[in-house]
Design a binder for this molecule. Structure first.
Ligand code: CA
Length: 443
């Protein structure tokens, strides 16, 4: 019998600004999962729920030592394959993807998987620790000391994710092993919480009262702070698994109202039942036989589009399409005005294999060149992570020249990070294969 066990609680809310919930979560006796889908309505929820539903097959009694990590990695691979198959069968959901946080309990260790900008925290002795680093552009700037974590919270490109599960084979999660102690509380959450609520408030709230109450309070605080996004929390509280009913003296939440310290294997959340929340609790289906109307494209949340590593193609082309429409519309009024408008636009694309800034719109009409090279940069397109490469090939819109410069800077960082990651993964291949991992993310 294991010396530790845990109770769990999960809660998801659509938030105050969005009409659908693209987060999905699961909590059960061996497994905790959180996924934050992206790619627009009907795609983001499909992506996150697909991955959560695939992963929950792992929630079964303990396997032999050292097999946990392998089982988790394998399940994530399969879930990612299912995502890829779903996308192949339904072009309408092209560009969908999801973040993933997963903790698999084998009775001694937690095997942890992380990809994207969702968070895993551990609260131990009142101190909150983020267990791994966001796979975001702003985190790469923080890592290099170029901006502070406080600046990252308000950075205009804070939603730009560098890695996510996209149904392709070029994005693997980070895998770690974590050793819990009695009294530890673990929190998996979507950025709908971590973007809205400061870490010190998360720490206090996570440590107060029962975990059910903590889950409710965390979601309530995200909504109070504006509820800009879907907000989902999955919480586990580790307790001693003994028949004397001893609670660790420093357990932050105190006795749980559930069946504390009775049947050890049943010691869980209030009713001991696995919980499925958010999109995973619904039945998202790929959209079929329904074309997207132009008005819907225009109303698509720009933040959502930026959030997706590969936004749907139809949206990427929209502004350029608009560029042509504006030019054509203005032909009757004055060709020059329309042309001038296009020349105030900027975008980033490739030029002879290098990232370059263009002025104008990435489209021409016969007899009229609507764009020209503004400047080329030293960033090789081939050095970029795959989805950045695709973004550049398709062209990335910029608000103005400054914004174009920032995008170039972010791509430069991504190229650098990609190389570092490749080096790092070469070095750590052996240790990963043996499942010998530290508690902390590699710096
Ligand atoms: Ca989100």
């Amino acid at each position: 019998m294991s010396a530790l066990t845990y109770r769990w609680a999960a809660l998801s809310d659509v938030g105050l600004r969005r009409s659908d919930n693209q987060d999905a979560g699961y909590a059960g006796p061996h497994l905790l999962v959180l996924a934050d889908g992206m790619g627009g309505a009907a795609a983001g929820d499909l992506a996150s729920s697909t991955v959560v539903r695939e992963l929950r097959k792992l929630d079964a009694p303990v396997r032999a030592d050292d097999e946990s990590m392998e089982a988790l990695a394998g399940a994530i691979h399969r879930a990612n394959d299912v995502l890829g198959e779903t996308i192949a069968e339904n072009p309408a959901v092209e560009g969908m993807g999801t973040t993933l946080e997963a903790l698999l309990w084998d009775g001694t260790q937690l095997s942890q998987a992380h990809i994207g900008d969702s968070r895993s925290y551990r609260l131990r002795d009142g101190r909150l620790e983020q267990l791994n680093l966001d796979h975001t552009f702003v985190q790469s700037l923080v890592d290099e000391g170029r901006i502070s974590p406080e600046e990252a919270r308000v950075h205009p490109h804070r939603s730009l994710i560098l890695r996510a599960l996209l149904g392709r084979d070029d994005n693997d999660p980070d895998l770690y092993s974590v050793t819990p102690r009695a009294g530890d509380r673990f929190l998996l959450c979507s950025d709908g919480l971590s973007d809205m609520v400061e870490d010190d408030v998360i720490a206090t709230t996570l440590g107060s009262g029962s975990i059910d109450l903590a889950a409710t309070e965390l979601v309530r605080k995200a909504l109070e702070a504006g509820g800009h996004d879907n907000v989902t929390v999955v919480i586990a509280e580790f307790v001693a698994n003994d028949t004397t009913g001893d609670e660790p003296a420093d357990a932050p939440g105190g006795p749980h109202p559930g069946p504390a310290a009775q049947s050890n294997d049943e010691l869980a959340c209030a009713d001991g039942q696995p919980q499925l929340v958010g999109a995973a609790a619904m039945q998202p289906r790929p959209p079929t036989g329904r074309s997207v109307q132009p008005t819907e494209m225009i109303e698509m949340d720009p933040e959502e589009a930026r959030y997706a590593p590969r936004p749907p193609r139809r949206f990427r082309k929209l502004r350029w399409l608009l560029g042509i429409v504006v030019v054509l519309a203005l032909l009757g009024v004055g060709l020059k005005a329309g042309y001038d408008w296009t020349q105030r636009q900027y975008y980033v694309s490739d030029h002879d294999g290098y990232v370059a800034v263009y002025r104008g719109v990435s489209a021409d009409i016969p007899g009229l060149n609507l764009h020209r090279l503004d400047r080329s940069t030293g960033v090789r397109v081939s050095d970029l992570p795959q989805y950045n490469r695709e973004q550049v090939t398709d062209g990335i819109e910029a608000r103005d020249r400054d914004d174009a410069d920032k995008i170039v800077e972010s791509l430069s960082e991504a190229a650098k990070k990609s190389k570092e990651r490749d080096d790092e993964s070469d070095r750590s291949t052996d240790s990963r294969a043996t499942g010998d991992h530290g508690d902390k993310a590699p710096s």
